[in-house]
Ligand binder design. Sequence first.
Ligand code: HEC
Length: 403
Amino acid sequence: MEGYILDWANLLLRWVHVITAIAWIGSSFYFVWLDNSLTRPQAPDLQEKGVDGELWAVHGGGFYNPQKYLTAPKSLPENLHWFYWESYSTWMTGFGLLVVLYLFNASTYLIDRSVFDMSPGAAVGFAISYLIIGWVVYDAICRVFGKSDRTVGIMVAIYVAVAAYLACHIFSGRAAFLLTGAMIATIMSGNVLVWIIPGQRKVVAALKAGQPVDPIHGKRGKQRSVHNTYFTLPVLFAMLSNHYSMTYAHKYNWAVLILIMLAGVLIRQFFILKHKGKINVAWPAAGVALLGVVAVMIAPQPRQQVASNNGGADAANAVSFVKVQEIINTRCVQCHAEAPKMMPTAAKGIKLDTVDEIKAHAQLIYQQAVQQKAMPLGNVTQITDDERALLGQWFEGGAKTAN
Ligand code: HEC
């Protein structure tokens, strides 16, 4: 029953998380596009009003004419729209999901003992610290080097790469990718909560009091929001990565994560320049080339034969199904069975407790347990390399279930 309730919590949190993330990233993309597409108005009355940029757009049957005032309009309108709930609710639902999925199941999801051996309590502590320290260090970098957009940008990029490397050496690959995404997403929400919105509040308060507006709030908010823009594609990859064990289960998964995130930044750069009317396909071409390099780098390798099995030479045709079933019974059914011991229901609906089921999933077993070594999850059931090799030989020999 408890597992069933957790599944519902998972479903509802994930649903809301995706909805709010669409609202947040959608409005963020829209404002980046808007800001970069504005042109200086020619009409004297607009210039007189303090309009610094405007544009015309047609959408959904109506014409729109947004105008940007620098630093602010002479008098504030009654009804001013703010954008922050999208960001906060995305963070809160995301954190909720992290708790339900990863922190409640630390020993299966966070820990891979071949990466770093730690207790579940320590893993939860590390995961939460990773998010908190992630923000504190980023914020310190911006405070210290914030005067130069370029310096701070380079420092932040290096910092994220180091954080990704560390995560991949502490947590299971799957959790490391997700936590790196969560860390960057925490930085993004932190930027909104700690700098962008308070800065805007100060500007509004100054305007209401009839005092001069300090332009530092606008500049600082802009710098943080530019960082957020470059973070979006890397975060989205990290959030989706847990469906692709070929990326996170690779030996050099930290390099895979860094390169794919970098590809996201290069592709985003193309769109940012395009909004300003500069089309330069070198950016997305470089991004796609990087993805190509990663694809080649992580392509499945031919498997090495294991000498200890049956003398080696005639091993390929000598794997008995009894042995295969034995391995699956000791290493997989804990999570893949009608009534598994370590999961509320069969993980991903895959049951491996009957001969027919094993046969039906032979290809997937080969992919997950032999080629990518993504299964058993975090290798909690401690499968050996010899056992993986045996499963491989069985599959390559035709996945027979008769002998
Ligand atoms: C500790 C629990 C656990 C153990 C042990 C385990 N698995 Fe899994 N397995 C999972 C979970 C959880 C998923 C779903 C992962 C996801 O959502 O992407 C999964 C998914 C799979 C998938 C589907 C992958 C896909 O993306 O379609 C296969 C195939 C699989 N496991 C095979 C195995 C094999 C073979 C073994 C034993 C060698 C094994 N698993 C051991 C938990 C486990």
